[in-house]
Design a protein around this ligand. Structure first.
Ligand SMILES: *Cc1c(COP(=O)(O)O)cnc(C)c1O
Length: 374
């Protein structure tokens, strides 16, 4: 049996007639960049996230960059964030000449340890950028209490968390600006690159709509210097087909996660395989199902690869130790929980179309690994 980490074949097969019709609509109107499909998608996304605005752009990475640009983050400013995330979380900060200030993660959730934030706030702190890693919101209720005292805006990196909730509020609706990605492996994936931002603030929305088209509100008149970062008409059309299915897909991921929990518990493996921790009062959308494997992560991964089970490591190098960020001045040992996570985490297949016997095979194989190595 083969169990890939992610397989979109079945989803594509089921949606193919709808997708082809949607692509045909774009071909008929020649609206290849932004246009009617993207506008309609933006309205649907704003309704989905519970925000006043949703603004499409070319990628999740650009969404983060545009968000920080809209907040006027620039050289000399500091942005507090997590070292345990995808690269773009931090490159958005450094590309603007600002300095990332890292706060270590909570070892249970892998998200920012909010209790460590206040001591890192200085008069140069321009924004705080939590990441909702793997599809579970960072502790936004606590974080909002911290920033309320200081008046610092929050930017959510919600690239992995569309539809995730804390106390019934959706990701993207808990901060000044939420940033999302349509990278094909996300819960709502396009057929290429894409992303969007959410906000409730009229002025920030005005900036974001302009910044994605070179900072112009009226063509050829530039109020700001922006980017070329627009969502394609084809992506808009495909994503509009997929959005109505998103909740059923995320619910299936959650059901798979629950099944993993049951199977790992029944197999007596919860010591060896640290299961994801779900906070109370949240909706976790399980973009990834990440377990913690102290000591034997790489050995287990090789064993699984050998028998056709796909895995990945999110992320093997904590961002403060990336070569390109050496100049920021962090060194090994500065953020111990993040560094430990980078040695211990392993993502297992969790996608919605996974069959029950595939999931059981993953757990059986891991059980076999521990029988052989213990
Ligand atoms: C995917 C992802 C991004 C970047 O999104 P792209 O669309 O690939 O540019 C940013 N942050 C996190 C946490 C992500 O998972």
């Amino acid at each position: 049996m083969r169990v890939p980490l992610l397989d979109l074949t079945e989803q594509n097969r089921l949606l193919r007639p709808e997708i082809e019709a949607a692509l045909g609509r774009v071909l008929d109107t020649n609206a290849f960049i932004l246009g009617g499909e993207v506008k309609a998608l933006e309205d649907e996304l704003a309704a989905y996230c519970g925000t006043k605005y949703a603004i499409g752009c070319a990628s999740g990475s650009d969404a983060l960059l545009l968000a920080l640009m809209a907040l006027d983050v620039k050289a000399g400013d500091e942005v507090i964030t997590t070292p345990y995330s995808f690269f773009a979380t931090v490159s958005a900060i450094t590309r603007l000449g600002a300095t990332p200030v890292f706060v270590d993660i909570d070892p249970l959730t892998y998200n920012l340890d909010v209790s460590q934030i206040e001591s890192k706030i200085t008069e140069r702190t321009k924004a705080i950028q939590p990441v909702h890693l793997y599809g579970q919101c960072a502790d936004m209720a606590e974080l909002r209490k911290v920033v309320a005292k200081h008046g610092i805006p929050l930017v959510e990196d919600a690239a992995q968390a569309i539809g995730a909730e804390e106390n019934g509020v959706r990701a993207g609706a808990m901060s000044e600006i939420g940033c999302f990605s349509f990278y094909p492996s996300k819960n709502l994936g396009g057929m290429g690159d894409g992303g969007f931002m959410t906000t409730d603030d009229d002025e920030l929305a005005e900036r974001l709509f302009a910044l994605r088209v070179h900072g112009s509100k009226e063509r050829y008149y530039h109020k700001w210097v922006g980017l070329n970062s627009r969502l394609d008409g084809f992506q808009g059309a495909v994503l509009r087909v997929k959005l109505p299915y998103l909740d059923s897909w995320s619910n299936k991921r959650k059901a798979n996660a629950d099944r993993y929990r049951e199977l790992f518990t029944d197999a007596g493996l919860t010591e060896q395989v640290g299961l994801p921790y779900e906070r109370e009062n949240v909706r976790h959308i399980y973009n990834q199902f990440v377990v913690r494997v102290p000591g034997k992560r790489d050995e287990l991964r090789a064993f699984l690869t050998e028998v056709g089970i796909g895995t990945d490591i999110y992320y093997p190098v904590s961002l403060h130790l990336q070569e390109c960020f050496e100049y920021v001045g962090y060194k090994e040992g500065d953020l111990p929980e993040s560094e430990k996570a980078s040695r211990e985490t392993l993502a297992l297949p969790i996608y919605p179309e996974l069959r029950p016997e595939q999931l059981e095979y993953v757990v059986d194989t891991i059980a076999r690994f521990y029988e052989q190595t213990s």
